[in-house]
Design a protein around this ligand. Sequence first.
Ligand code: PLP
Length: 360
Amino acid sequence: MTIFNFCAGPAMLPAAVLKRAQAELLNWNGQGTSVMEVSHRGKPFMAVAEKAEADLRTLLNVPSNYKVLFMHGGGRGQFFSVPLNLAKRGNLAQHLVTGQWSDIAVKEAAKYMQSEVVAQSANVGGRVCVPLQSSWDINKQAAYFHYCPNETIEGVEINWVPKTGNVPLVADMSSNILSKKIDVSDYGIIYASAQKNIGPSGLAVVIVREDLIGLERNDTPAIFSYKEQSAAGSMYNTPPTFSWYLAGLVFEWLLDNGGIAPIEAANLVKAQTLYRCIDNSDLYRNQVSNDNRSKMNVVFQLGDGSLDSEFLKQAELSGLQALKGHRAVGGMRASIYNAMPLEGVTALVEFMQEFERTHG
Ligand SMILES: Cc1ncc(COP(=O)(O)O)c(C=O)c1O
């Protein structure tokens, strides 16, 4: 039976990447050791690190005035790193809150700065909507403006970029980085935890505009300092070398498959296929407004909640894993990141239709 893993994170990785890592595990680069067992400062690993960065730059067309950092601490590590590193720009952090992750970012920033919510998503006619920027204002004095363009838990995605003028825009792209084309120059800082579209958990990729480096509080721990890490090529201390290597393999896999444009098109087809199934059914429903439906995390409820456990049990038996929604939202969540093939979505849709026929 083919297994399809819909986990929100750590999420499935491309099979081709895992096979390559497996093939290289005991004898990487002809060294007779694994990549985990070599010095991060030796030439062979430095070449891996540099290629990973170069490939990421190519994929996202990162302008030369941005640094790419490979940091510890995942997504949450950046919730405090951002306010620490931008402290000298001011004492006010502004936030758009559209779900749990952007809300946690507000609370974490509040430990270091005045942290203010400018707008938040609302329930309009039973559906979750992100308010358009025309309905809120950004304070020009703010040190930065933070938002999360894809809320992994609620399945809410924002398909436009806030205009923040001279206030640096900071985006937590943990769950939709590399899923679609973006213009990096719209942002002051983009960061992402790795465990959805990049590689193993624990790693955070940070893309930061150079003029925003060196504005940190004096007590910023060195391993979380953009200045220290960029001066040290992200090797101020021992970096998560295996995660970095695996991220590099994922970037290479994306490039080998044509880069962002084809994966964006494939992601659209996958998401449309799943939402169409939900919309055409009497049993399933998704309560996010059409404009804000995530293409990465498709959240749905069964009209009759008492069927949830039976749905999950039958799904597991059919090889469809990890469909349980986040405990805060309930229901189901199918995470369909870059590595999920269309066949996985088709198998899920067929299962959902059959489940509705027999239980609806
Ligand atoms: C959007 C988003 N931000 C932040 C995080 C936190 O990442 P981490 O667990 O790596 O700290 C997650 C984790 O799932 C996430 O989905």
